[in-house]
Design a binder for this molecule. Sequence first.
Ligand SMILES: C[S@@+](CC[C@H](N)C(=O)[O-])C[C@H]1O[C@@H](n2cnc3c(N)ncnc32)[C@H](O)[C@@H]1O
Length: 307
Amino acid sequence: MADATKISRYPIAEKVGLSVQTLEDEVNYYKKLANLRFPNIEASDLSANMAQLLAENDELKRRLAQANQHEAYQKWFESAFGKAMPVPNTWPFSTFQQGTPWCDKVVYGMQDGEILYAEHLLGILEKDGIKGDIVEFGTYFGHWVQVICETLERNQWSRNVWGFDSFEGLPEPDAKLDPDCWTKGMYSAPFEEVQKRLQIDKRLYLKLVKGWFNKTLIEEPATSIQKIAYARIDGDLYESCFDCLKYLDGRLVDGAVVVFDDWQFSTDIGEPKAVKEWLDAGAASRYRFEYLEMNMWAHLYARVWHR
Ligand SMILES: C[S@@+](CC[C@H](N)C(=O)[O-])C[C@H]1O[C@@H](n2cnc3c(N)ncnc32)[C@H](O)[C@@H]1O
C-alpha cells in the first residue's frame, strides 16, 4: 500500500501516468524533464534519436498540460456544482467498443435508466408544486421530446413543452471552442416530419420553434415564456449553450432541473466553458447549481436554486 506521507521522487511522471521503475526509466525521465526546460530547440538541430526524444517530450508536455487542465477543471466543477467529480479516463465511460452487442446493451440499458430518472425528476417537480414549462434546446428528430411527452401523459401531469431547433443541424463549430467531433449541418431533421412524428396536432401543450437560437430565443413565442422548470440543453456547441443560458437567465424557477447533454471535462471548450462564463458574468450571484447525477455519456443533471 502506498505511503501517503512519503514525498514522491517523480511527481510529474506520476501526474501524467508515467511509471518510473528502472534506472533506465529514471534516466529517460530526467532527460525528458531537462528537455521540457528547453522548449525552443529545433528538431532539425538534433540527431534522429534526439528528434525522437523531442517528439516523446512533446507528448509528455501535452499530457502534463492535460493533467493540469483536468486539475483546474475539477476545482472549478466542485466550486460551481458543489461536488468533487474526477475527470473520467475513457469516453464514453466504458471501454466497451461501440457497435458490439455488449456495448449496445450497456447503452440501451443506460438510456432506459435515464428515462426513468427523468420521470423521477419530473415527479419531484410535481410533488413540490414547482411550476414552469419544459424546454429542450436541440430536438433533432425529437427523441427526448417524445420521452418527456409520454412521461407527462402517462402520469397525467400537465405542463407546456417547447422544442427549439434550427432543423438544419448544427451551426459551424468553432475550432477553438468546440470538440472536433461535430460538423456544420450534422443532425439536420426535416421540420414537417418531426412535427408529424411528435403528433404536434394532437398535443396542444407541445410547440416546436424552428430557427437559430440566437434569433428565436429573443423573439416571440420564446420571450413570452416566463417560467421554466425543466431545461434540456442539447445544442452540443459552446455558443449554442451560451445562447440558451442567456435566455434561461431570469426564467429558471427556484429548484428547476437543468440537463447538459454534452458535458466536456474542460472549462476551455463546449458547455462547461459556456456555463463558467455565464456564472462569471453575474449568474453566480443569482443562481446556485446543485449537482444531481452524471451518466456514462456525460449527460449532467443539476438543479438550480435562487440565491
Ligand atoms: C444532438 S442533436 C439533439 C438531439 C435531441 N435532443 C434528441 O433527443 O435526439 C443537436 C441539435 O441541436 C441543434 N442546434 C445546435 N445549435 C443550434 C443553434 N444555435 N440553433 C438552433 N439549433 C441548434 C441542431 O440542429 C441539432 O438538431
